[in-house]
Design a protein. Structure first.
Length: 207
């Protein structure tokens, strides 16, 4: 699977050939939170089908004598919350917008004009909601990010489906240009990144 080459329009339309496919993708990628929100009384809600809603799914409290089976949109807590356009249309517009941007323009690092490597500082963080707004974070989404140590401070951010060495190396190869100096927190999953190469065989950089 390539992390660099975006899908063609034909591939995109084949993958998202139905509204259900769009919603499932939003759930699988963590854009829509799979973890149940709570109703006003603190009880966990459940995902239910609702043909009366454009999104087709809602969060609903199924507890008796609680809150009158209150409902929340499946978009709760996401970028899509508050937007009136259909999910299908929003995802399609996002695809066409991003597809106009060359992947090379999204990559960071590389080599300065004087031949010295550009330093890219890389780190990972867990983004998750905290119960009742405080305390320790619950299950969330791991994000890997990198920022150039340059006046431009170019950055990249990417979700991490699997927090392991292979996945991190694939992400760094996708978002960091060859020849960069990669600074990390020395977590063991970064081991060997100094020997990694991009798809053309160019050395990526050192950790």
């Amino acid at each position: 699977m390539s992390w660099i080459k975006p899908p063609t329009t034909k591939e995109f339309l084949k993958q998202f050939d139905s509204h259900e496919a769009v919603v499932n993708w939003l759930l699988d990628t963590g854009i829509f939170d799979k973890h149940a929100p709570e109703c006003v009384n603190g009880n966990k809600m459940s995902i239910c089908k609702d043909k009366g809603k454009a999104d087709g799914l809602i969060w609903r409290c199924g507890h008796r004598n609680c809150c009158g089976h209150s409902k929340k949109t499946i978009r709760t807590g996401s970028f899509f919350e508050g937007l009136k356009a259909s999910l299908d249309d929003i995802v399609l517009v996002m695809y066409y917008f991003l597809n106009q941007s060359k992947m090379e323009d999204m990559r960071v690092g590389g080599i300065h004009e004087d031949g010295t490597p550009i330093v890219v500082e890389v780190d990972e963080s867990l983004f998750g909601k905290m119960k009742y707004g405080h305390g320790h974070s619950v299950k969330g989404v791991w994000i890997v990010g990198g920022v150039e140590r340059t006046p431009q401070r170019k950055v990249f951010l990417a979700t991490v489906p699997y927090r392991n060495k292979d996945t991190l190396h694939i992400l760094l190869k996708a978002y960091i240009k060859p020849g960069s100096q990669i600074n990390t927190d020395k977590w063991r999953a970064y081991n060997g990144i100094d020997q990694a190469c991009d798809d053309d065989g160019n050395p990526l950089g050192g950790a």
